[in-house]
Design a protein around this ligand. Structure first.
Ligand code: ZN
Length: 59
């Protein structure tokens, strides 16, 4: 079992237009494939952005 080290939430953003309307399309051998619903960008590269967790005082 893999244990998640990250706390909080990660959003995926489009590298083309910066939108967070990224949807998962398919799994490839080299990785995943995503599509942006805002600009129709399709690719395996998306920007991962960590969101701060309000109220997470521990640690
Ligand atoms: Zn986009």
């Amino acid at each position: 079992m893999r244990h998640r080290r990250k706390r909080g939430k990660t959003v995926l953003r489009c590298p083309n237009c910066g939108s967070d309307r990224i949807v998962y399309v398919a799994a490839l051998i080299t990785g995943q494939k995503y599509q942006c619903q805002a600009c129709d960008y399709v690719g395996s590269f998306v920007v991962e952005e960590d969101l701060p967790v309000p109220g997470a005082a521990d640690g």
